[in-house]
Design a protein around this ligand. Structure first.
Ligand SMILES: [Zn+2]
Length: 1043
């Protein structure tokens, strides 16, 4: 889904970031049917041992179809790992409760005992859910100890929906907006795969106002008996008078239900915008992850796919849009028109979209004939051509890259005035917040432009990863989000090769998530979740950015061609179905074998990156000439942090690492999969002998992880670090920009964890006066930004400010604030340098900013400020000014028509140094008449980043927590983790830690904020340790340097 939030231009962004059923004959290729589980296992084992690769097996039990897909690539040396792997898989199935399989295990010579069948208290289920992949996580992988509310929330599996007929009619035209509602009806045709006495559907916040009936598809006899609600599980259970029989089709009809149409950003909801004095209402939707059930009763799980026939009823002056094109329009009288939409392909409920609005669109057709439209409110329609252009190009690019046509006849994109996330990939109707889709040259910055291109690309990638092939359950959310977050770079690179997207990846995603994933309160990429709170919680940087980073690593060690063909294999084999992560490993592993690639044990490698959290540090010990030795250990920002025990590692926190290196004699950064040395998790140390490795003397160096393809940090002995630092000082251009960024990021992070002395980390900044590329500057500014945030209330801040002025002044003087004609990345660099120069008080920067802003105030219709530096200029002018400057910006905010400009102003308004202005602004943040609900979190976070606003925001946060959790953000509570992570990010005193603990202890239920609070506690402790360990070192270093 939702791609992430962005808090302003570039640089200061924080990330939030957020089947089965029965197709018994669909996937027959390479498969066969047998009748009992035991026989299956025997045959399976025989095949696994004999063939070693590529087995897909199905078998049918007495009451239902079970599908087990297992492909076990042989290991690289050609020996078959099939038997062991098959037994392991057997045990996993056994742990899910299939006793036949369980009893088959020991007969194959395994000494392992079968795990106990989990006995979750079940709702009125007819059978344990049986799917490919396991519903319950194997206990050897990870266990969750949190038990919020009801955990066994899964639907029974007796019935598979084949077709929904849904009608929805919003009422938002004449009455008071508080009274807006929608009503609807639904008919669901089911195939029964297991005898049952009820039909269980999801439902939330809907009143059933009509009748319910159940019939066999060929009979008229009514089978409805009674119904009841299980509100904890959001179920309606409809009991029948007669047993529903396996193999038969049934229909359930709910003739009428009603729900509130309110601006809660979830399910079918109300959005609005103003035109002059008039308020225009629209109805729009956001289903992911669990709000389709708030729109109509349905089986609301990602793997339960069905076809849908949708009808939307609107007033004549409005338009309706859904996933498919309209087939016909029926006049219902009294100005009501019913739009009937073409039947969808088989899809998940969370991908449905329903919109009724008065928007306009621009239109184009892709090379392959897909109609592509970009919708916006009429006033913003001129801002659509850029996203339309990149959308059309990227859709075709993905069709060609994946070798699979986009399967729908049309693709709509629409910019919604109120939207909780960044965008949502609904199949054929992608919804965006305005900043993620609308672009206006001269008003929007290059950062805004890239944001639009990236989000468009991300959502289009989902049309394959997520929509065509869907994770079987939310525990594999990363399959969606990690992929979309990686291939979004490919799409944008296709349209803008000069933007160096693959270099940007390293600072935007990999180094960014390293920070988060260095905490002991992180979580594995594959994470067991059940309750909607837990599902909402994992729309975070791990699912997105770590997912993307390990996919990038995999592309590197497999090679581009194998990766690309393996993805096509994966998508083709599971299209219109659902996937477990092993399906991906097997597709790629089999492709690798087919191409005789040296690395094919993809599952074995990738399990170490997805089933345990955190990541390794590889230490390179440089001994004599011609050899180095490698060791690995787990990186933790605070190695003394107490493990909450929520997750255990099946691998003892050791990884299979695709290692590469270069040296001062080679200086080779164009490494490929042929250069990979696979470090096994089982080897305590690995020697590498190579005549090209120079002696460990003088300024000779070795550098690990060229281009930072691997998801690991690298440490060296002190001499090698100094040699690298000297290389940067004498000629930094021989080290690739990515690795300049890596050296800075690794050194500072290793200093933070105590793996390296802070004095060495500080020295990586020595060369910065000569650095003129954005990527290393971005890495440096985030490390130095952290130091700044730690020191801002410390006596040392004065010296640190002088140091920062020294580092930035030459770049600032050279670049100036004139961005005319700048290239994309030059504009990024100017943005970063101007922001540093002004915030550390370089007078020329501050003066020019104030002058530009006052020029704008004198002539509000002619803004003279280049979009690339607007954020800094606005912020400086408001910080240095008073209420007049603030009010001017507020007025501009209210009248601005370009969302990117609005969002910049919203950020700048938090820069005031007046306490009363900031307090008033905090109150406005939760007044939807002043600031849209979608922007509330951002405003509170912006204020918390202001030195003066920090304690105000914390007080506000504590006072309003219950209201925010239970009222204001109800339905979109996943935004709270972003709020918590950011507001508490700079806490670094014992006093703050005590306050935070007291607050957490005082709350019985932290809702979807639970994980973020645990992380905040750990981070605060880590910050306190950092202060104790590093402030004296920084102080003496700054002193020695003359600051
Ligand atoms: Zn996404």
């Amino acid at each position: 889904m939702p791609s992430e939030y962005e808090l302003s231009d570039i640089n200061v962004k924080y990330r939030h970031e957020n089947s089965v059923n029965g197709e018994s004959t669909a996937k027959m290729s390479n498969g066969f049917y047998i009748t009992t589980a035991k026989a299956f296992i025997l045959v399976f084992l025989a095949l696994a041992i004999a063939v070693g690769v590529g087995i897909i097996v199905h078998f049918a039990g007495p009451a239902r179809d079970v599908e087990c897909k297992c492909t076990f690539p042989t290991t690289g040396d050609g020996s078959s790992g099939g038997e062991t792997a098959a037994l392991e898989q057997c045990k996993t199935w056994a742990s899910e409760g299939n006793s036949d399989i369980c009893s088959a295990c020991p007969s194959q010579g395994s000494s392992a005992t079968c795990p106990t069948v989990p006995t979750a208290p079940t709702a009125p289920t007819q059978a344990t859910k049986t799917t490919t992949p396991p519903q319950t996580t194997p206990t050897s992988v990870a266990t969750t100890t949190a038990t919020p509310a009801v955990l066994d929330v899964r639907l029974p599996t007796a019935l598979n929906p084949l077709l929904y007929t849904v009608e929805l009619q919003p009422h938002m035209y004449t009455m008071n907006s508080e009274e807006f509602t929608f009503n609807g009806s639904v008919r669901i045709l089911f195939h029964c795969v297991e005898d049952a006495n009820n039909i269980t559907l999801h439902i939330n916040k809907l009143n059933i106002t009509g009748s319910i009936s159940v019939t066999h598809e060929n009979e008229i006899e009514g089978l409805y008996n009674r119904h009841e609600f299980d509100t904890a599980r959001q179920f309606i259970i409809i009991y029948t008078t007669k047993e529903l029989m396996a193999g038969q089709n049934y229909t359930v009809d709910i003739t009428s239900f009603v729900g509130p149409l309110v601006p809660d950003l979830a399910g079918l909801y109300l959005s609005s915008y103003t035109r002059g004095d008039e308020k225009i209402y629209i109805a729009t939707s956001q289903m992911q992850p669990t709000d389709a059930r708030k729109t109509f009763p349905c089986l609301d799980e990602p793997a339960i796919k069905s076809e849908f026939e949708v009808t939307l009823v609107r007033k004549r002056h409005m338009k309706s849009i859904s996933n498919m094109p309209i087939t016909n329009k029926i006049d219902r009288g009294d100005d009501w028109i019913a739009d009937k939409f073409q039947r969808t392909p088989k899809m998940s409920t969370y991908l449905l979209a329903f919109i009724i609005c008065d928007f306009n669109y621009t239109e184009n057709t892709t090379e392959n004939g897909v109609t592509y439209r970009a919708w916006a409110r009429p006033e913003a329609i001129e801002q659509t051509p850029y996203s339309l252009k990149v959308g059309v190009e990227i859709l075709t690019f993905f069709e060609e890259y994946f070798s699979i046509s986009y399967p729908l006849p049309k693709q709509d994109m629409i910019a919604i005035p109120d939207f909780a996330a960044g965008a949502m990939e609904n199949w054929g109707l992608i919804t965006y917040r305005e900043t993620a889709m609308l672009y206006e040259a001269g008003v929007s910055s290059e950062g805004n432009k890239q944001r639009v291109a990236v989000v468009v690309s991300h959502e289009l990638a989902h049309q394959w990863f997520g929509n065509l092939v869907t994770p079987s359950w939310w525990d594999d959310l990363w399959l969606n989000e990690g992929f979309a977050s990686y291939v979004e770079y490919m799409g944008v690179d296709h349209v803008h090769p000069d933007w160096k997207m693959f270099e940007q990846f390293v600072v935007e995603d990999l180094q960014d998530v390293f920070n988060f994933d260095g905490l002991i309160s992180s979580h594995p990429v594959y994470v067991p979740v059940a309750h909607p709170d837990e599902i909402n919680e994992i729309f975070d940087r791990i699912s997105y950015a770590k997912g993307a980073s390990i996919i990038r690593m995999m592309r590197f060690f497999l090679g581009d061609a194998t990766f690309q063909h393996g993805l096509t294999r994966y998508l083709n084999s599971l299209r219109y179905g659902a996937a477990f992560h092993d399906d991906l490993w097997f597709a790629l592993g089999n492709q690798s074998l087919a191409e005789s690639n040296p690395i094919s044990n993809v599952k074995e490698i990738m399990d170490t990156w997805t089933l345990q959290m955190n990541y390794p540090v590889v230490t390179i010990m440089h001994g004599s000439s011609g050899s180095i030795t490698l060791k690995q250990h787990r990186y933790l920002q605070d190695p003394n942090a107490t493990d909450p025990g929520k997750y255990t590692s099946p691998f003892g926190y050791k990884w299979n690492i695709p290692f590469t290196y270069t040296t001062s004699t080679e200086k080779r950064f164009d490494v490929t999969s042929n250069d990979v040395i696979m470090m096994s998790k089982d080897e305590p140390s690995i020697p590498i002998d190579n005549a090209n490795i120079p002696a460990a003397t003088g300024n000779n160096w070795v550098l690990g992880n060229p281009m930072q393809y691997g998801y690991y940090r690298v440490n060296y002995d002190e001499r090698n670090w100094i040699a690298l630092i000297e290389q940067l000082r004498s000629d930094h251009s021989v080290v690739h920009a990515i690795n300049r960024a890596q050296i800075i990021n690794d050194a500072w992070s290793l200093a933070r964890s105590g793996d390296l002395g802070m004095s060495l980390a500080l020295r990586t900044t020595e060369y910065l006066n000569n650095e003129r590329e954005w990527i290393p500057w971005s890495a440096a500014s985030s490390q130095l930004g952290f130091v700044g945030s730690m020191l801002e209330r410390h006596p040392l801040y004065g010296s640190f400010t002088k140091f920062m002025q020294n580092k930035t002044s030459s770049a600032f003087e050279e670049l100036t604030m004139n961005n005319t004609g700048a290239s994309h990345l030059e504009s990024y660099l100017r943005s970063t340098i101007t922001s540093l120069a002004c915030s550390y008080g370089i007078q020329a920067c501050v003066d020019e900013a104030k002058q530009l802003y006052s020029q704008w105030m004198r002539n509000p219709n002619n803004n003279p400020i280049d979009p690339g530096i607007k954020s800094t200029v606005y912020c400086v002018a408001i910080a240095e000014g008073g209420i007049d400057e603030w009010e001017f910006a507020w007025n501009q905010y209210q009248t601005a028509n370009v969302a990117a400009e609005k969002s910049r102003l919203l950020s700048a308004l938090s820069c005031s140094k007046e306490t009363w202005i900031l307090s008033r602004y905090l109150d406005m943040a939760i007044d939807p008449n002043q600031i849209r609900r979608q922007d509330s979190v951002s405003v509170i976070v912006y204020i918390s980043r202001n030195t003066i606003g920090r304690s105000l925001a914390w007080d506000f946060f504590r006072a309003k927590w219950d209201f925010l959790l239970n009222d204001y953000f109800e339905g979109i509570s996943y935004v709270l983790s972003g709020l918590i992570n950011n507001v508490l990010a700079s806490f670094n005193t014992e006093f703050e830690l005590t306050q935070l603990k007291a607050f957490v202890d005082s709350k019985d239920d932290l809702g979807s904020g639970a994980r973020a609070f645990a992380q905040a506690l750990e981070k605060t402790q880590s910050n306190i340790n950092w202060m104790t360990a590093n402030v004296p070192v920084i102080e003496s270093w700054l002193h020695d340097q003359g600051y």
